[in-house]
Write a protein of this length. Structure first.
Length: 273
């Protein structure tokens, strides 16, 4: 229960839970996107809200269709959430198009909150999730609004325009407008998340697990990070805990779900059987 005198909602009742918002896309297979984010918010002790920007027809083997939602409807969702429930921190995931990025960035400029930008570009199945003409818009419009961005190694290289160490990539993405950068350690030789906050570098060791269930790992990481920021954690502490939670979700991943890469599991459902 909240302490007496603690945060209160607009009707005067104590607000028991921090509130985290995901602005992203639905995954009909339930492994990534909005579905993964809401599970990660709950696991991290936050009330989760969502503003969908697109829908996918998706399973563990690939994405077969994407339906972009109208910008007016995206704004309506955001206004509904900010106007009543409120937001302690937010994250963006797959935003898909230039128009959607402009819509989201315009709203967040007027309603600033701690923000995690996960620059989702390619699914674990290999499907492209960000149009080529939207990449620079993502950098120019959302990076300056972000508390931290969380690209994986391949995304960081694409956004930086070169292949290099995680340290070098993080510095370059900071130069491109991001206040802080975490280049995550799920790809490449070293299992290390590299955090650069604009001044200090932090290497965060990550446990890797040989489990064919990594679908949604990046979403789980960035959503957990947003939830911890919503709870008031400092960025280095939140980054280390988000890395641990994402790794554990892979460890307990549901490899038996579907014919492709199975979904991660933040709740260890198999252990609960």
């Amino acid at each position: 229960m909240p302490e007496e005198g603690g945060p209160r909602g607009k009707h005067g009742f104590p607000r028991a839970f921090p509130r985290a918002l995901t602005i992203a896309t639905s995954d009909s297979g339930g492994g990534a996107g909005i579905q993964a984010d809401l599970k990660a918010f709950a696991a991290a002790g936050c009330h989760g809200t969502s503003a969908l920007v697109a829908l996918t027809a998706q399973n563990t083997t690939g994405v077969t269709a994407v339906h972009e939602l109208p910008s007016e409807f995206v704004i309506a969702q955001l206004e509904a959430i900010f106007g009543d429930i409120g937001v302690d921190a937010a994250k963006t995931g797959m935003l898909f198009s230039q128009a959607l990025i402009e819509t989201v960035a315009g709203f967040l400029e007027r309603h600033p909150v701690p923000l995690v930008v996960d620059p989702v570009m390619v699914a674990s199945s290999g499907a492209k999730l960000l149009r080529d003409d939207a990449v620079e818009t993502l950098v120019e419009r959302l990076f300056p609004l972000a508390t931290v961005i969380t690209p994986n190694l391949h995304e960081a290289e694409a956004l930086a325009g070169f292949s290099g160490t995680r340290r070098e990539l993080a510095e370059r993405l900071h130069e491109r407008g991001a206040a802080a950068v975490i280049v995550t350690g799920g790809h490449g030789d070293e299992p290390v998340d590299h955090l650069f906050d604009g001044r200090d570098h932090h290497a965060i060791l990550v446990d890797r697990h040989d489990v064919a269930a990594t679908h949604g790992a990046g979403c789980t990481h960035s959503a957990t990070l947003a939830a911890l920021l919503a709870r008031g954690r400092a960025l280095p502490e939140a980054a280390a805990e988000a890395a641990r939670q994402a790794s554990t979700a892979v460890r307990y991943g549901l490899a038996g779900i579907g014919a492709g890469e199975g979904p991660v599991d933040v709740f260890n459902l198999q252990g609960a059987r």
